[in-house]
Write a protein that binds this ligand. Sequence first.
Ligand code: DI6
Ligand code: FE
Length: 408
Amino acid sequence: MSQTLFTNATIACLDGESGYGLRENGALLVEAEKIAWLGPMQDSPATGAAEVVDCKGRLLTPGLIDCHSHLVYGGDRADEFEMRLEGASYAEIARQGGGILSTVNATRAASEAELFEQVLPRLRTLLDEGVTTLEIKSGYGLDSDNEIKMLRVARHLQSELQLRIQKTFLGAHALPPEYTDRSDAYIELVCAEMLPNAHAEGLVDAVDVFIESIAFSREQGAKVLDCAQALGLPFKAHVEQLSDLGGALMAASKGALSVDHIEYLNDADVTRLAQSDTVAVLLPGAFYQLRETQVPPLAALRAERVPIALATDANPGSSPIHSILLIMNMACTLFRMTPTEALRGITINAARALGLDQEIGSLEIGKQADIVLWNVDRPSMLSYQVGINPCAGVMQAGQWRSKPATSS
Ligand code: DI6
Ligand code: FE
């Protein structure tokens, strides 16, 4: 069995209900794909481990988790970026048939192989920054074949790269042009055909829906989530991004893994949200890119102890941002989150948001050995600086994806 012993490490375990779970002068033993032991240096087991990595005081964290992305898509929306800078709003562009629908046209026109080629450069920064688990949504196909095509690209990435991918079906992302003025009929199609077809191919780990004035109503969203539940699939929802439609509470009361965006979520609903196990996923990249001014209800989320995750929301419209480290910094500067909350948001709380917290998201004995070694000595460094990538090495399920130069 392969063994790797990390020595002289500052270990951010993320194993408790708050804080970093920091262990100074620590050691951590990996056996096969799991964490077999961790504790103080002086107690480290005599293993004769094949490989010893002297961390020289540097930081170890769990592999980073991006729990909300739309990374697979065709084309780009740089022209709409210019239009928005000239005064058009995101919602206006969407109502005129641009926005998500312009990406739908480009995605439908692209082959599976073309989409695969286009996604690779978008993934590079995430991989280089120590992301070991990534959620990818469909939602730019909006018919059975094209949604399946997108999810196959996500599956192909999983088989080609050393990375765990969670595939989320987002057929109810926007109303396709074929269904103009027939949104109930489209929701019917999503539930009766599109979702079951994608699920039958084993392409669906979870189901998502966009509840918003420019997308679907709360009632329509509820139907989609009920269909997911009937198929035994976990689900989540894009809610309260541009307005308060009560989507978060609806999704949470049904048992959603997460409610995402939530800038417009009201404090009373946060209190009710806290009765559920649902994670609040904040997406500062979309807030930044859309020059949003309504900040999510951080004080209420904290007071009610709702777990908060962070993600890139990487997509061609509202968040063409592919750096999880930048997202940590944005969460701190734009939302006034603490660096501790930011790191929890892309590790243990992101794992919860994907329903994977028994396996990943923290450094604990028995968990999968997804581990990042950083050229910094404190976790706050990860949120604090922008444009420097201190990632020194990444281990995925006990295998080096990129090996630190110093290991012996
Ligand atoms: N909210 C978002 O931020 C993305 N989808 C959604 O429901 C944006 C998708 C896009 O603009 O292409
Ligand atoms: Fe999104």
